[in-house]
Design a protein around this ligand. Structure first.
Ligand code: EZ4
Ligand code: CO
Length: 420
C-alpha cells in the first residue's frame, strides 16, 4: 500500500492485522433534546459509537466531523487509537477548543468501543479492570423554595442515592440555574432564541447557607450534599460562600468562579476548607494543569465527551492522582447515554475516582440509545456487554429531527450581561 495520505504506518507488514475503518456517519437526533453521535464501522463489521454533543453548538461539531475529520478516517486502522488521537490533535494545527475536542472525543470513544468489542470485553476490563464495585453517583434535587428542595432531596435518599446536589430558587429572582419545573428531569437548553435569566449575587449568597442548614436538619449526616454555583461568583465571594457552608460539610462546591484564570482559585483556597470541584467546560489538560498541580481543587469534572475522549481524560486523571485530586465527571442530560457508559467504564477502572454526576435521561432518549448500564444502591454499573454496552436505534432516531436549541443567558438586574 503506497497511499501517502494514510502515512507510512499504513504500509502493510506481515505482522499487522489492520481492521480499517470503512464507514463513519454522524447521526443527529432530538428525542426531547439534541444528541450528536458518531458511528464508525470497520472492515470486519464491528461498529463503535462516540458522543459528539456540545449543548447549544451541536451543528458546529457535526460540520467539524463531516467536513474535516471523517475524510481522514476512512482506511485508517481502527485499532490505532492513540495514533489517531495524535493525528487529529496535532494534525489540525489549530488544536484544542470545545468544538474540536468534542469531535476528537467522539472518534476516540468510538474506537475504544470497537477495540473492546474486538476483544470481547466490557471496556472497563480493557482499561485495567474494576477498582470498585460500582460508580457512586449524585442526583439532582431542586425546588423553588428551600422546603421544596429538601422534600425532593428526601425522595432521592429514598431511591438509594448517597449523594445529592441541592439547588433552590432565590427569592426575588424569577428563575435560577438548576431549578426545574419537572422534578425528575432538568433540561436547561430550550428551542427558540436564548431564554434570559436574571441574577443577583447578594440574594443568592444569603439563600444557599439557609438551604444547607435546612438540609442538614432534615438529613443529619447520612448523605453527601453538593452544590453548583455555575460560574457566578468572584473568587472572594466564593471564598465567603465556602466559609459560610463549612458547618454543613458539603461534599463540594462546584464551579465557584469562572476558571479561565486558574490562579483565581488560589484566593478561594486561602479562605475556605470547603472542597472545590471544577472542569465541566474544560477541553483539555491545559485548562486544569495549574489547578491540579497546585492542589487548588479537590475534584476535576472534565468529561469524556468535552475533553478529548477516554485517551485524554486518562491523562488528566493520572495527573490528578499524583496530586490527590479525584474525578467528579460532568453527567448532565446533554451528555448522551454513550458518554454516560464511557464515564462508567472509566470511573470503574481508575484509582482516583471520586463521584459521578447522574441526571436521568428521558424514556425517549433511553429508547433511542439502548444500554447495559443500570442503577442500584446509589451506584451505576456499566454492565458486562462487550464494548461500551450502548447502541443507537437509527430508525427511532430518525423520528426525532434536530431542533435548534440554546442554553439560557444571564443578566444582572441592571441589564448587564453576566455568566450563566
Ligand atoms: O449547565 O450541562 O453540573 N451540571 C451542569 C449542567 C450544565 C449543562 C450545560 O450544557 O452545570 O447543568
Ligand atoms: Co455544573
Amino acid at each position: 500500500m503506497t497511499d501517502r495520505s494514510l502515512g507510512a504506518a499504513a504500509v502493510a507488514r506481515p505482522w499487522s492485522h489492520a481492521n480499517p475503518i470503512v464507514d463513519a456517519q454522524v447521526i443527529v437526533t432530538c428525542p426531547g433534546r439534541n444528541f450528536v453521535t458518531l458511528k464508525i464501522t470497520t472492515a470486519d463489521g464491528t461498529h463503535g459509537l462516540g458522543d459528539a454533543t456540545l449543548n447549544g453548538r451541536e451543528m458546529a461539531v457535526v460540520a467539524y466531523l463531516t467536513e474535516h475529520i471523517i475524510p481522514t478516517l476512512i482506511g485508517r486502522d481502527a485499532q490505532k487509537i492513540e495514533d489517531t488521537w495524535q493525528y487529529l490533535y496535532r494534525g489540525a494545527y489549530w488544536r484544542g477548543g470545545p468544538v474540536g475536542m468534542t469531535a476528537i472525543a467522539a472518534v476516540d470513544v468510538a474506537l475504544w468501543d470497537i477495540k473492546a468489542k474486538m476483544a470481547g470485553m466490557p471496556l472497563y476490563q480493557l482499561l485495567g479492570g474494576a477498582c470498585r464495585d460500582g460508580v457512586t453517583v449524585y442526583g439532582h434535587a431542586n425546588g423553588d423554595t428551600i422546603e421544596e428542595t429538601v422534600q425532593e432531596a428526601l425522595k432521592y435518599r429514598d431511591m438509594g442515592y448517597r449523594a445529592i446536589r441541592l439547588q433552590c430558587g432565590v427569592p426575588g429572582l424569577p428563575s435560577t440555574y438548576g431549578v426545574s419545573r419537572d422534578k425528575l428531569f432538568y433540561e436547561p437548553a430550550q428551542t427558540g432564541l436564548p431564554v434570559e435569566n436574571q441574577w443577583s449575587t447578594p440574594d443568592y449568597m444569603r439563600t444557599v447557607p439557609q438551604l444547607f442548614a435546612a438540609a442538614r436538619e432534615a438529613f443529619g449526616w447520612d448523605v453527601e450534599l453538593l452544590h453548583d454555583v455555575h460560574h457566578r461568583l468572584t473568587p472572594i465571594e466564593a471564598g465567603r460562600l465556602g466559609k459560610d457552608l463549612e458547618p454543613y460539610r458539603p461534599f463540594w462546591l462546584e464551579d465557584a468562579t469562572p476558571a479561565e484564570d486558574q490562579a483565581a482559585f488560589r484566593t478561594i483556597r486561602q479562605h475556605t476548607t470547603t472542597p472545590l470541584a471544577v472542569g465541566e467546560i474544560f477541553s483539555s489538560i491545559w485548562s486544569c494543569k495549574t489547578l491540579i498541580e497546585e492542589g487548588l481543587i479537590d475534584y476535576i469534572r472534565a468529561t469524556v465527551v468535552h475533553a478529548g475522549g477516554i485517551s485524554h481524560l486518562r491523562r488528566i486523571a493520572l495527573l490528578a492522582d499524583l496530586h490527590q485530586v479525584r474525578t467528579g465527571c460532568h453527567g448532565a442530560t446533554d451528555l448522551s447515554p454513550v458518554t454516560m457508559a464511557a464515564a462508567l467504564h472509566f470511573g470503574l477502572s481508575i484509582p482516583n475516582f471520586g463521584i459521578q454526576e447522574y441526571m436521568r435521561h428521558t424514556d425517549e432518549t433511553d429508547a433511542v440509545f439502548p444500554h447495559a448500564y443500570g442503577f442500584q444502591d446509589g451506584m451505576l454499573h456499566p454492565g458486562e456487554a462487550a464494548g461500551l454496552g450502548v447502541d443507537i436505534d437509527e430508525t427511532l432516531a430518525e423520528r426525532y429531527p434536530y431542533r435548534r436549541a440554546y442554553l439560557p443567558i444571564n443578566r444582572l438586574r441592571d441589564g448587564a450581561m453576566f455568566n450563566w
